[in-house]
Design a protein around this ligand. Structure first.
Ligand code: 2P0
Length: 328
């Protein structure tokens, strides 16, 4: 029994930061993202009765037991559902480099959840796969769907939480221009950083209160295809998330000097040249510019000429996760 699935990365406009339930990995705030065409993980899951444990290989590297823990937990959940005890070989490949600063965990867990369910004989069910992927990495729950996607906030113990599609990719032809400023692994992973923010930031409570209001503004802006409204609320979301993390003790600070330069480039194009372009950042130093297709090339050019920017990528709305090989 063998199945292969593909899923795309996503970038959030309304950021997820903080958990309502760390055991079930349930977000404490709603997040809204765009799935990105072309930034893909392709994952094959093959059942093998001769195996004594799951074997997981990402981009040619066999994961150690601690590294594969979350993927094995996902496979355990699928096995329980399918009433199987057979272990699996998992081969996963990203078409974007790990060091590019774009999270491969979102597309990775999304592709794994689709391929694993199919390999174990369970029907294709994006909502069920989103729920499974959420446990592995909450941002992955959003990569099950194409275009504009929301993962609502959840309640402790509510393991049914899954993302839901808001609009398909063709609803709005936005572009996200990614300025890569650092190719080293990030200083601190999202999971411990969120926990450190919760445990010590005086602004965490304010973030929990404010984030749903920003998500509502972002939802409305996407519905109306209003770039100004989307841009301002998205900037407010990433800035509030970073501010809460920065105020933690010890402080979590993801910006590099080149991130600040890129933020200034974006603000200057908007304020001095009247181009509707807005910034967002995740748990790392890369800067992403939100803009309309007609401005993407000029923005990419200016960002690539910004001090410290190593390279830029232009990304666009992408499709839902899908099966590309099913068991016959
Ligand atoms: C997001 N991030 O909404 C936010 C913005 C990072 C900053 O979702 O603990 O890797 O595995 O659920 O999904 C990154 O967090 O965290 C993330 P876990 P995940 O995209």
């Amino acid at each position: 029994m063998r199945a292969t699935a593909v899923a795309c990365a996503n970038i959030a406009f309304a950021k997820y930061w903080g958990k309502a339930d760390p055991w079930l990995n349930i977000p404490a705030v709603p997040s809204i993202s765009l799935t990105l065409r072309g930034l893909e993980t392709v994952t094959t899951v093959e059942l093998n009765p001769a195996l004594e444990c799951d074997e997981i290989t990402i981009d040619g590297e066999l994961l150690s037991p601690p590294e594969s823990k979350r993927a094995v937990e996902l496979l355990d959940a699928v096995r329980a559902c399918a009433q199987s005890r057979c272990f699996a070989k998992v081969l996963s490949r990203n078409n974007f480099p790990k060091a590019s600063g774009l999270a491969s965990s979102a597309s990775g867990f999304a592709a794994l959840s689709v391929a694993a369910r199919a390999a174990y004989g369970l029907p294709f069910d994006p909502v069920e796969s989103s729920r499974l992927a959420r446990r592995g990495s909450a941002s992955a729950a959003r990569s099950l769907f194409g275009g504009y996607v929301e993962l609502p906030q959840g309640l402790p113990g509510d393991d049914s939480l899954a993302a839901r599609p808001l609009y398909p990719p063709e609803h709005w032809e936005l572009r996200l221009v990614v300025a890569i400023v650092c190719e080293q692994p990030k200083k601190m992973g999202s999971r411990p950083a969120m926990e450190q923010t919760r445990a010590s930031s005086p602004y965490y409570a304010a973030w929990l209160e404010h984030a749903p209001k920003l998500a509502q503004r972002i939802r409305e802006a996407i519905a109306k295809r209003d770039i100004e409204a989307l841009g301002h609320a998205s900037e407010a979301s990433f800035q509030a998330m970073h501010a809460a993390a920065w105020a933690a003790e010890p402080s979590i600070f993801y910006l590099e000097p080149a991130s600040v330069e890129a933020l200034h480039t974006i603000r200057s194009m908007r304020e001095k040249e009247g181009i509707p372009v807005f910034a967002t950042m995740d748990a790392g130093p890369q800067v992403k510019a939100i803009c309309l297709p007609e401005h993407a090339e000029a923005i990419a050019q200016r960002l690539s000429n910004t001090k410290g920017v190593l390279r830029v990528l232009i990304t666009q709305p992408g499709p839902a996760a899908s099966l590309i090989e099913s068991p016959s």
